[in-house]
Design a protein around this ligand. Structure first.
Ligand code: B1M
Length: 234
């Protein structure tokens, strides 16, 4: 980093300049600067969700594009992910602060062979913010981790995340196991991750594919409402 960059005072930038600077700082993996930027935007009255989507997810998109194009490599992307997590840690309690009563319980994790967790963490945060109780299994989960925890926690929803084309088929392993154990109907199964799509979700027998964290919340709410109605009718 040059001395000139060192001298940038984030508080002196207007919102647009600050978000641009945060994109650069995320790209450079500067965790402290990202934390400072998030705090400044919150102090200026930005909603936590706006900060998350406009400043952090927006910045991560650039990192993702350059990773794809071979401009950035794993070590740099890890630093960017670490910076992003620094910002997310500040937003997490704020997103969860709605005081909404618990409307359901979700067990969520990234599937076996896959260590990407930023998107999954984001979904967890948003679900908690919307009033769901979330049990986060972390990364690299085998079928037993999902099913044992879902049973022990009496979960309503099983959520799975996969970011690799090589790991997304594992979601079907989990769903097939539910079917063979005769427990498929006990859970709402939601899946998500950048390489998935609606068609894949249907093909593997999930209840829904969720494009992003906001869609995950909306889908979970509507499927939970349907589940309650079915119980009431039955
Ligand atoms: Co990885 N990586 N990576 N990586 N990485 C991708 C996914 C990739 C697309 C990059 C690229 O080439 N363009 C590519 C996959 C290609 C493919 O399979 N087609 C890739 C690769 C190849 C790899 C490695 C194999 C690289 C290597 O080692 N050579 C390796 C694999 C490691 C492994 O898992 N076994 C690897 C490693 C890594 C890092 C460790 C460096 C790091 C992860 C750090 C971490 O997560 N802690 C990393 C990162 C950061 C990425 C990119 C750049 C960004 C992912 C991300 O966090 N996005 C990614 C490029 C990309 O996706 N464009 C890439 C931001 C996040 C908010 O979005 O995760 O999509 P996303 O989540 C969204 C939605 O998808 C949805 O909601 C979220 C929020 O809106 N969603 C859900 C996600 N999960 C959900 C679950 C739900 C519902 C919705 O359940 C209900």
């Amino acid at each position: 980093m040059s001395d000139e960059e060192d001298d940038i005072n984030l508080t002196e930038l207007n919102d647009e300049e600050l978000v641009e600077q945060m994109f650069d700082d995320l790209y450079d993996g500067l965790r402290d600067e990202i934390i400072e930027g998030v705090n400044i935007l919150l102090e200026r009255g930005w909603q936590p969700y706006e900060v998350l989507t406009n400043a952090l997810v927006g910045g991560m998109k650039i990192v993702g594009d350059d990773f794809r194009d071979g401009i950035l490599f794993v070590p740099e992307v890890l630093l960017a992910a670490n910076a992003m997590k620094g910002g997310m840690a500040i937003l997490k309690p704020l997103l969860a602060e709605t005081g909404a009563p618990t409307i359901g319980k979700m067990v969520i994790g990234t599937v076996k062979g896959d260590i990407h967790d930023i998107g999954k963490n984001l979904v967890s945060m948003m679900m908690e913010g919307a009033g769901f109780e979330v049990v986060d299994l972390g990364i690299n989960n085998a079928v037993e981790a999902y099913l044992d925890t879902a049973a022990a926690e009496k979960a309503d929803i099983v959520g799975m995340s996969a970011l690799l084309t090589t790991t997304m088929p594992y979601m079907k392993v989990v769903i097939d196991q539910m079917v063979s154990l005769g427990i498929r109907d006990e859970y709402i199964v939601l899946v998500g991750g950048a390489p998935l799509n609606e068609e894949f979700g249907k093909a593997i027998g999930a209840d829904a594919y969720c494009r992003d964290a906001a869609v995950a919340v909306e889908t979970a709410k509507s499927l939970m409402a349907r589940k309650h109605n079915q119980r009431a009718a039955g």
